[in-house]
Design a binder for this molecule. Sequence first.
Ligand SMILES: *[C@@H]1O[C@H](CO)[C@@H](O)[C@H](O)[C@H]1NC(C)=O
Ligand SMILES: *[C@@H]1O[C@H](CO)[C@@H](O)[C@H](O)[C@H]1NC(C)=O
Ligand SMILES: *[C@@H]1O[C@H](CO)[C@@H](O)[C@H](O)[C@H]1NC(C)=O
Length: 290
Amino acid sequence: MGPGAGRRPTMLLGPWLVAAVVAAGAGAGCPVLCTCRGQAVDCSGQRLFSVPAELPLDTGNLSLAHNRIASIPLGYLACYAQLRVLDLRNNSLATLPARLFLGARRLTHLDLSYNNFSLVTADMFLEASELLRLDLSHNPWLCTVHPKAFRGLAQLRELDLSYGGLSALSLDALEGLTGLVTLRIGGNPWVCGCAMEPFLKWLKSRIQLCTSDSQLAKCQAPPEVKEVPLFSLTEESFKACHLTLTLDDYLFIAFVGFVVSIASVATNFLLGITANCCHRWSKASEDEEV
Ligand SMILES: *[C@@H]1O[C@H](CO)[C@@H](O)[C@H](O)[C@H]1NC(C)=O
Ligand SMILES: *[C@@H]1O[C@H](CO)[C@@H](O)[C@H](O)[C@H]1NC(C)=O
Ligand SMILES: *[C@@H]1O[C@H](CO)[C@@H](O)[C@H](O)[C@H]1NC(C)=O
């Protein structure tokens, strides 16, 4: 069954109803428990466990904030081409259905904060190519962002990943975000080991462009830098990460090892000869005495 297949009673009820619906100028009236004003549909704080089945076709702003919604049906947004703002803050979402934004390509603001995401999957927002602001903050279990999570979001200006469970973030996930101006990453348990260096370098190179929550981003580990602000780490902090050996170093070590082993063989040989001579000499003197 395709998206919206169940929402077409007009097909069964005859052309007169189609005419009535067209005259009303929308696919559906205002959903129960929601208030509609112009193109804005507000269903916030209604203790909803699921999304309203149908919305007016010209819905531009949709708020489903402060409910208990745990899932969104496949193809839910397919008919709402006017949708620009979608507020899903403070629900129980852990995933989004694949290609949710396929029919809602004009979406510019998406708020998924205060939910239960643990993972941002590859291409999660691929079709939402007009997105300007994406809020994924306050998802306390969010510890994995796929390197291709934000693919397609070249227009994105604001990304909020604060107050999650992130200990690391793949640079690949951010590099495609050419329009990014604001990035929030505070309140995460960052691990500031060697793997953090490229991410930090990237952040610092963009910091003039990015207004970031720099004071709030702190290292959680390793113990030497616990509670140290991420942005106070310098190249010096990562010096130990660069203590790698060159080919010359390896050749030198091999050469020294070779010399030492030759020397020890020669020493053993000399010791052997000496011991042998002493033995013979003492035997000879013993014979003389007898
Ligand atoms: C739609 O949402 C945007 C952003 O949240 C807001 O600025 C705008 O006033 C809203 N429009 C209506 C009609 O509620
Ligand atoms: C989340 O929604 C509940 C009502 O469902 C409300 O009591 C609570 O204050 C909201 N929390 C946030 C952080 O907005
Ligand atoms: C949130 O997700 C965790 C696992 O990641 C689960 O244990 C918990 O029950 C979920 N909470 C809600 C409110 O769905």
